[in-house]
Design a protein around this ligand. Structure first.
Ligand SMILES: [Ca+2]
Length: 492
């Protein structure tokens, strides 16, 4: 808070310097936004992107463009979503509320849970920005009807829009539809596909095409451009050239393919989201060759989306907009690729709650740095307000992490909160410097059904729940108090 005015002056100065430096060749590019004093926002969401990327130290995953963004911005190494599922994570980040507000955790449209919401895009629209949404930003299309300057853009990539292009996959989808005319999940084809097609044969390539067009149209006015990429969400379909970046025989399946020792049943899932796809066993673990295939496919999708992000960042640079544009890139939650014997998201484990967060802001004092500070996705809204110089609406439940962009090692939040429901049971989880602690209880009741404690210093992969061990009693009590402070639905 204290550093915010200085911060703004800093990047105003940087923007002006950049304008002066670049003015002769590009009179129209950076002129109007700087003259209005407004920073643009490029807001990139990537579906199901776990933070195993080059810039997170996972060089086995090829992500040169996200790495480039990280090199000029900041890597948030411990950023947590509020609920590891598409809708609630997105609605929380975009609204500035935690999922308890209006029972966002029930996963309906944001405006159904919170009819008077003032989401991030609406706030920027109210402050004179042109707000544009491309691809998957909100989970529910009905949430796109307000707060945007123009109609949402959704590309239809792939056969009848279901995302498959290969004849084999299309045949499987048709066969499924004929056999299951009343199925709730239509068109369940294979879990992945490798097609020798150009990038924009699929919808994310078309979204990048559209984002490039929009940057050209928007360059002379303040904009909030939201671009949401679908991959690496299932099915893992990507052009062949991204599959060819990896050798399947080099891929090792997870080395902890078992549930954490002493984990309660509610903590686990049977990863039904993946099991619905063709060729995936209805129960039990995946054979190693199939696990390797899916990890390969997931990585191909990550590299494919990374390339689309690169095209958008390139255009931002070409138009000389970078010096006046805040870029934030986030994955809506993590993902398990066989760790704990599970796949997909839908839990409170570190692998699902920890996600990707990269931020680049004009004038930040520590470009290329990383921070281990605990941050939450509910902090993104107030941060963007600070960075753009907008007032922060009173309802926001997060705190701006703008000061970390100048001083990544400073003292910061002591706890990050996430939650996950199982019917009427809620798992309330808190991550502190060293521990992850979770309580499972019926919503609105005091009694705790089950507890989990993972000691990240001794057990970074969360392979052993040590909540019931006597020597941890004080740690459990202290974290239980933190949960009561963090969640509205836990009785005081
Ligand atoms: Ca998602």
């Amino acid at each position: 808070m204290k550093t915010a005015p200085l911060h703004r002056r800093e990047f105003m100065a940087a923007a002006l310097a950049s304008l002066l430096a670049c003015a002769p060749g590009r009179p129209e590019s950076a002129g109007a936004p700087a003259a209005s004093g407004k920073k643009n926002v490029l807001f990139i969401a990537v579906d199901d992107l776990r933070p195993h990327l080059g810039c997170y130290g996972h060089n086995e995953v090829i992500t040169p463009n996200m790495d480039r963004l990280a090199a000029r911005g900041m890597v948030f190494e411990r950023a947590y979503c509020q609920m590891a599922i598409c809708m609630a994570s997105r609605a929380s980040l975009l609204s500035g509320y935690r999922p308890d507000k209006g029972e966002i955790f029930k996963n309906g449209p944001l405006y159904k849970h919170v009819p008077d919401a003032l989401p991030l895009n609406q706030h920027f629209l109210n402050h004179g920005y042109e707000t544009v949404t491309i691809g998957k930003i909100y989970h529910h299309k009905s949430d796109e009807r307000r707060g945007w300057s123009r109609e949402a853009f959704h590309a239809k990539g792939g056969w009848t829009g279901r995302g498959y292009l290969t004849p084999e996959a299309v045949a499987l989808v048709r066969e499924f539809d004929e056999k299951h005319p009343n199925a709730s999940r239509k068109g369940m084809g294979p879990a992945c596909e490798c097609a020798d097609v150009p990038d924009n044969a699929y919808e994310d390539g078309l979204a990048a095409d559209r984002a490039v067009e929009e940057l050209n149209r928007l360059q002379d006015r303040p904009f909030f451009l939201a671009v949401g990429f679908h991959k690496p969400h299932l099915p893992f379909n990507a052009p062949k050239k991204y599959w060819d970046l990896y050798r399947e025989e080099d891929i090792r399946p997870a080395d902890n393919p078992y549930a954490p020792k002493n984990a309660p049943k509610d903590a686990l899932t049977d990863w039904g989201e993946l099991r619905g796809y063709h060729g995936i066993p209805e129960s039990g673990p995946l054979p190693d060759d199939l696990a390797r295939r899916l990890i390969h496919a997931y990585r191909a999708c990550v590299s494919y989306t990374d390339a689309q992000i690169g095209r958008v960042l390139d255009e931002l640079d070409r138009l000389n907009l970078r010096e006046n544009t805040i870029v934030v890139l986030w994955g809506d939650h993590g993902w398990k690729l066989g760790e704990h014997g599970m796949w997909c998201k839908h839990t409170n484990f570190e692998l699902d709650t920890r996600s990707t967060l990269l931020v680049s802001a004009p004038g930040m004092k520590a470009p290329g740095a990383r921070t281990r500070a605990l941050t939450e996705f509910v902090d993104v809204y107030p941060t963007l307000c600070d960075l753009a110089g907008l007032e922060k609406p009173a309802h926001l439940e997060g705190a701006s992490f703008a000061p970390l962009l100048d001083d990544p090692a400073r003292t910061w939040k002591g706890a990050a909160y996430s939650q996950y429901p199982r019917g009427t049971i809620m798992g309330y989880s808190v991550r502190t410097e060293r521990h992850r602690y979770t309580e499972w209880r019926r919503i609105g009741e005091k009694d705790v059904k089950a507890r989990e404690l993972y000691d990240h210093e001794k057990d970074p992969d969360e392979n052993q729940n040590v909540a019931e061990e006597k020597e941890n009693r004080e740690i459990v009590e202290r974290h239980g108090e933190l949960l009561k402070r963090g969640f509205a639905t836990i009785p005081r």
